[in-house]
Design a binder for this molecule. Sequence first.
Ligand code: SAM
Length: 293
Amino acid sequence: MDDKLSNPKTTIEIIKKHKFIFQKKFGQNFLIDTHVLDKIINAAQITPDDMVLEIGPGIGSMTQYLAETARQVAAVEIDENLIPILKETLNNYKNVQIIHEDILKINLEQFVRQNNGGRPVKVVANLPYYITTPIIMRLLEEDIPIDNITVMIQKEVASRMQAKAGSKDYGALSLAVQYYAEPYLVANVPPNCFIPRPKVGSAVIRLTRYSSPPVKVQNTKLMFSLIRASFNQRRKTLQNGLYNSPDLSFSKEQIAKAIEILGLPATVRGETLTLEQFAKLADIFSLPNGNPF
Ligand code: SAM
């Protein structure tokens, strides 16, 4: 690969040639640092057998690296102005499929089944930051065969995904991510690696999907309702958080009893509970007929 699209000079030439105008609403910050791209590709552990799903290829800078490493790349881009540019910049890569779609609307499970025989894909992206959480949650929660997800996101969101119980960044996102996957911070990336420069720091994180979750819980939906309720009212007691949640309808006594069974003090705050403790709490609330209340 002599001329990398991610070379700052090349990127600017392409943008000028096509009179491309960056759209803030699509979170467009293109990567112009080859070292960062090398790190992302290495971290994603792509083999020549792999199919990679890329979200938001932009002008194709990362796609070019992926196409050189993987068997097949499917790149989903929402901005119609980028489609003719991608067709030109990636013209030499016959293993790239450009899909003009919104990643939140496409049926990914069906797509992977049809295009990769249902075998797991790898997801690699410099994500549009305005929809990081909905994209990641879709990829984790839905029944899409995925090995790992290696993505550039806001540094602060990466810290939240990795945070452990009791730390300041710990929250519903930490627990949701850590229920499905093992997070690993690949690199911190400063704003000058992009054009235009984002206002925030960025980080590359890899989420390796667990084949089965690290905790067992009878009712996952209830566990996540408890988690959301606990973090809706930060710095309040767990008891108040659960009692005041519009999604839950347990009495004060039931909640107090459940916390006691869990072996925690009545004044415990939700943000100190581990994933395992939330799973146990959900199981206590799932006991037959609401027993032992
Ligand atoms: N991958 C390119 C790079 O690294 O230079 C571009 C990354 S840029 C941060 C995010 C890309 O996602 C943009 O190309 C943007 O148009 C695209 N995008 C934004 N929202 C999207 C959506 N809902 N579905 C698919 N692509 C989207």
